[in-house]
Design a protein around this ligand. Structure first.
Ligand code: EPZ
Length: 418
């Protein structure tokens, strides 16, 4: 398994091109199975989660042509097949195929994804959403079995909490329903709005995506489509922290400030300066880092996917920061590894108390999940001496060429194969 070797202390200077959003691409790959016509997706990130999601689409019989940053998916001849637990366990987002397959064939079987490092990750809201649209859904031996004798009817989907995935499942299924669908308490993440834009290009009629109330007309007349996905706001936020934690300056191109308002507010409070450029925006930090109190929330609040990265930053700010995780029940896997680098962090329920300001020192650390892994990279960039990060495959799931992008900005980072 590859490892990353980092010698900390370099101020990062330069430009980083932000890739397309992984969490926009994954549901759009699933959406391709709704239509018998080809869907071309551009601005795709070259990351293993996208490769794996395309692989599952091929398991259903879709023809997939993959270039580096784009793909054309032709689902004209697909058949409903069981996707194994092992596949779904490793690629949770495959549960997003459930809605499109049910909408297309009137039946679908997808293994329950099970939990992952950050939590139990139930899919009860996905199931309730499909039931509200007229589906019969049962769990049989760890498999979600969904069917709808007379086709999906449309209806009102009220989500218990603004789940991103459940909103996307409801939206995709509703495009093929016989009537109108209203989704109440929908997630407002940019990736939800981007999925709606993709579905609209395919022929769907959707209003309100990006707000808590989404209306879908149903009975979509599908058409060949092309969609250019949004930039990855979490990748952009990650590199913004890289600039702040090293006291450097990075221009992030192909990035949008408007999707990161809550994040920029915290970065400025912690001592960074951010300003727009004609290609994206610039993040710079010259003075001392300041502490911050952060609570993760559904969009447009502070994103849970940047919690670990900002904890690494807080470790370098002199004083006490409080970081509260409200979205996932176990998203502090990075804490023991950060402590191996000398961080002083105490967990009190869903809150991490970070007593920063003691210089971090390099060590061997272990990556556990995608965002925890990158927080270790960020801490290593600021630590004194050498850090070796094991199990780098976690990073490759969601960060395109992370080591190369950092090296181009002056980081002393090397990927060790094997
Ligand atoms: C998406 O996951 C993202 N993944 C996650 O990013 C992100 O952290 C999350 O949204 C929140 O923003 C993709 O888009 C592929 P949720 P999702 O449904 O849709 C609970 C990353 O690092 N819940 O909004 O699974 C759930 O357990 C990943 O890129 C239910 O209880 O997130 C969680 O506590 C990690 N029942 C909360 O809701 C359900 O049916 C939010 O989950 C669904 C969710």
């Amino acid at each position: 398994m590859d490892r990353l070797r980092i010698i900390g202390g370099q101020r990062l200077q330069g430009t980083v091109t932000v890739s397309g959003a992984k969490n926009a691409a994954l549901p759009q790959i699933a959406a391709a199975l709704l239509s018998p016509h080809p869907l071309e997706l551009t601005n795709l990130p070259v990351v293993s989660d996208v490769d794996n999601m395309l692989g599952v689409a091929q398991l259903y019989g879709a023809q997939v042509e993959r270039l580096a940053h784009s793909t054309t998916i032709d689902a004209g001849e697909i058949v409903p097949r069981d996707v194994s637990y092992d596949t779904v366990r490793r690629m949770r987002a495959t549960v997003l195929f459930l809605g499109p397959l049910l909408a297309r064939f009137g039946k679908a079987r997808v293994s329950l994804p099970g939990g992952c490092a950050i939590g139990a990750r139930p899919v009860d809201m996905h199931i309730k959403a499909l039931a509200a649209l007229g589906a019969e859904v049962a769990i049989e031996n760890g498999v979600i079995v969904a069917s709808t004798a007379g086709g999906l009817a449309g209806g009102r989907v009220v989500l218990g909490s603004p789940s991103v995935g459940a909103t996307q499942t409801a939206m995709m299924a509703a495009t093929a329903a016989a009537g109108e669908c209203e989704i109440v308490n929908a997630a407002r993440e940019p990736e939800v709005a981007d999925l709606a834009a993709c579905l609209t290009a395919m022929g769907a009629r959707i209003e309100g995506a990006g707000t808590h109330r989404i209306l879908i007309e149903g009975r979509t007349q599908w058409q060949p489509a092309r969609h250019h996905g949004i930039p990855d706001r979490i990748e952009a936020g990650t590199y913004a922290v890289a600039a702040a934690i090293t006291g450097g300056q990075l221009e992030l191109t192909n990035a949008r400030m408007e999707n990161l308002a809550a994040v920029i507010q915290v970065l400025e409070a912690m001592g960074a300066s951010i300003w727009p450029s004609n290609r994206g925006f610039v993040v710079s930090r010259e003075g001392p880092l300041r502490t911050a109190d952060i609570t993760t929330e559904p969009y447009p609040g502070f994103p849970t996917d940047l919690q670990a990265q900002f904890m690494a930053l807080a470790c370098c700010a002199d004083g006490t920061s409080l970081i509260r995780e409200t979205i996932f029940e176990n998203r502090f896997m990075h804490v023991p590894e950060l402590m191996r680098l000398g961080a002083n962090i105490t967990l009190q329920g869903t809150t991490a108390v970070v007593r920063g300001g003691v210089p971090l020192k390099g060590a061997q650390v272990m990556a556990t999940d995608l965002r925890a892994s990158v927080s270790l990279v960020l801490a290593a960039l600021a630590a004194e001496g050498e850090t070796v990060i094991n199990r780098v495959y976690h990073l490759d799931r969601g960060y395109e060429q992370l080591d190369r992008k950092l090296a181009q900005c002056g980081a002393d980072i090397e990927r060790m194969r094997g």
